[in-house]
Design a binder for this molecule. Structure first.
Ligand SMILES: [Zn+2]
Ligand SMILES: [Zn+2]
Length: 149
């Protein structure tokens, strides 16, 4: 007996970009790397879905920025909401968890790139903290070459 995979939907702040994520979503990882610090005003909370499970309804509204070689970040060209983190070498695409429609049903499990976090806040939630990325994690999401979720 298994639960059917739940479909999720989400979008940017202005509504120009909507997407659907089909299949199991990875637990949320909070990335405190310098790229996320700037893009998200502190850190990026990311889930991830199998590459074929992400359907962007109106991708023409998404601007892709190559943040490091082979890695691109997608944001709404109208309102600037950061939405996607896509490492072309990974089997999953990361989704900014805060853009999911609520309730997401997800749980945050760890912090990564804690060594790069801003100095004006502390982490006190007791979750695992990695100073760098999470290579070797069964749900790869971090990339060599800086940043990642
Ligand atoms: Zn928008
Ligand atoms: Zn990051």
């Amino acid at each position: 007996m298994s639960e059917p995979a739940r479909d999720h939907a989400g979008g940017c702040a202005c509504g120009a970009v909507r997407y659907r994520a089909s299949g199991d979503l990875r637990p949320v990882v909070a990335c405190h790397c310098s790229q996320c610090r700037k893009a998200f005003t502190n850190y990026g909370a990311f889930t991830a879905v199998a590459r074929g499970g992400l359907a962007i309804d109106n991708e023409a509204e998404v601007t892709w920025h190559e943040s490091s070689p082979g890695v691109r970040r997608g944001f709404c060209r109208r309102c600037g909401s950061a939405l996607f983190w896509d490492n072309s070498a990974a089997a999953q695409v990361s989704i900014a968890a805060g853009t999911l429609d609520q309730p997401s049903g997800l749980t945050q499990v760890r912090h990564i790139y804690v060594a790069d976090k801003a100095d004006f806040y502390e982490l006190g939630d007791g979750l695992e903290q990695l100073s760098q990325g999470q290579s070797g994690n069964p749900w790869p999401g971090s990339a060599r070459g800086g940043g990642g979720a």
